[in-house]
Design a protein around this ligand. Sequence first.
Ligand SMILES: [Zn+2]
Length: 85
Amino acid sequence: MDRFLIESPHEPGECRKIVKNVYAMGYLYNFDWGCKGGVHKAWVTIEAESESQALWVVPPSLRNRATATKIMKFEPKMVEEWKEE
Ligand SMILES: [Zn+2]
């Protein structure tokens, strides 16, 4: 399984509707929201088999606007090996 960062934008007037949808889907605490900071986007990291499977976490009405980016962490050992470059 890979890890994906989902970014899901919505319109300023949609917040409550979207949050209710996410709550109904059981993912309320998985998402972080930018609404109170004036950025109407939600973010969640999720483990999934593929980009399209990762997007299932997003309510259907927002799915075509959402993006899934495969993310990873660099291990210290990997970074240390770059010293020769
Ligand atoms: Zn919002």
